[in-house]
Design a protein. Structure first.
Length: 166
């Protein structure tokens, strides 16, 4: 979350974040990576939240006003907390990006690799292998992998439901 030292009230801020994350299906990798884009002088509005964090939510159009209001309150509290940080935004962003990976192996990616490898094509395996060697780095050429699970993978075996042997 980019907090260099715990302060009074941080436990409540974290609890409220966890509660807010439960209100809508959210990609946690994208959310926490993009949370570093919130700066100490951020304008707290639903538009700002969506601009910085919106791509982490699976069904943005289905978020109720109540959910939006809770996120706006949390964001306001988070920005106020960031204003107490002694280090500048740039240092905080770097620290956050060192511990919040941009790229992770997702089930649907692994399933795609397996399906291609079963056909004798190892190009995708090599691409994903190279990607995951540097999960914390910006990799413009691999931006397509910084994305939520595609809809086709929602109910596909190996992508959403894993067996014991998976």
């Amino acid at each position: 979350m980019g907090l260099s030292q715990l302060e009074e009230g941080d436990d409540e801020l974290i609890k409220n974040l966890i509660d807010s994350l439960q209100l809508a299906e959210t990609d946690m990798t994208i959310f926490f990576r993009n949370l570093s884009n919130i700066h100490q002088n951020a304008q707290v509005s639903w538009e700002e939240i969506m601009d910085k964090l919106g791509n982490a939510f699976y069904k943005q159009g289905e978020l109720t006003e109540t959910v939006k209001d809770k996120w706006a309150v949390w964001m306001g509290n988070y920005v106020l907390r960031l204003q107490k940080e002694a280090r500048p935004d740039e240092e905080r962003v770097q620290a956050m990006n060192r511990v919040n990976p941009k790229y992770v192996l997702r089930n649907y990616m692994a399933q795609m690799v397996i399906e291609e490898a079963e056909k004798g094509n190892y190009q995708l395996l090599n691409e994903v292998f190279e990607l995951l060697k540097r999960p914390y780095e910006e990799q413009v050429e691999n931006e397509k992998w910084f994305a939520k699970r595609p809809e086709w993978a929602r109910n596909k075996i190996g992508c959403s439901a894993l067996s014991c042997s998976s």
